[in-house]
Design a protein around this ligand. Sequence first.
Ligand SMILES: *[C@@H]1O[C@H](CO)[C@@H](O)[C@H](O)[C@H]1NC(C)=O
Ligand SMILES: *[C@@H]1O[C@H](CO)[C@@H](O)[C@H](O)[C@H]1NC(C)=O
Ligand SMILES: *[C@@H]1O[C@H](CO)[C@@H](O)[C@H](O)[C@H]1NC(C)=O
Length: 214
Amino acid sequence: MAEKNERQGYPLAPAAGHLRSDQESATLQSKEFRRKRRIRIAAYIVAFVVFQSIIIAIFAVTVMKYRTPKFRLGNITVETLISTPAPSPSFNTRFVAQVTVKNTNFGPYKFDNTTATFTYGGMKVGQVVIPKGKAGLRSTKKIDVTVDLNSDALASTSSLGSDISSGILKLSTQAKLSGKVELMFVMKKKKSAQMNCNLTFDLSAKALQGLQCN
Ligand SMILES: *[C@@H]1O[C@H](CO)[C@@H](O)[C@H](O)[C@H]1NC(C)=O
Ligand SMILES: *[C@@H]1O[C@H](CO)[C@@H](O)[C@H](O)[C@H]1NC(C)=O
Ligand SMILES: *[C@@H]1O[C@H](CO)[C@@H](O)[C@H](O)[C@H]1NC(C)=O
């Protein structure tokens, strides 16, 4: 019975006559050897697949990940800052603001032009157009814009008089940037970034005192 199975498994073995016992054990040994080799090859394949999967996973969470760019207001250089106290409080300012678009993607971020709106106490005091542009792979694009703001549109009921007499002017700015992140030259995804900043000006020093963005 055992002999029959052996012959079926190995058709090239001599068909006639008995296998001698040493031949039989040699066949068993080579069979065992082949079995171990198959297991070893299977183990190599599994290890390779696991290794490849780890590489692909690392790639997927680093290089192939779309990240939202950071849109901020950077340096501000005041050119003019004129304020008039009560009874008819007003202000008028011109400053150069550096807008930054920080792109942490492994590919460029192309963005459209947008408008940043400046407000005082929730009311619009001016705006500036930020031109369209491109932030390269893992880099920060810096754009200088000149901003002109004044209190002409503010209602006389606003707290401007007391703010000006305190020597501090608080403004806010908001803007939304729309654009596309490109990965591996072909894969594109829309990503928009929001800018939200509070600016505090020192009226007597005619300079920016504080800037907070989120
Ligand atoms: C702001 O400007 C100063 C001098 O012009 C420069 O040294 C500094 O790096 C700038 N900061 C940013 C955030 O660009
Ligand atoms: C972008 O520029 C175009 C043409 O110059 C203009 O029509 C559009 O209003 C601008 N968009 C924003 C958000 O400022
Ligand atoms: C700006 O100020 C307002 C009111 O004080 C506050 O609610 C908001 O969180 C501030 N924003 C930032 C970016 O600090």
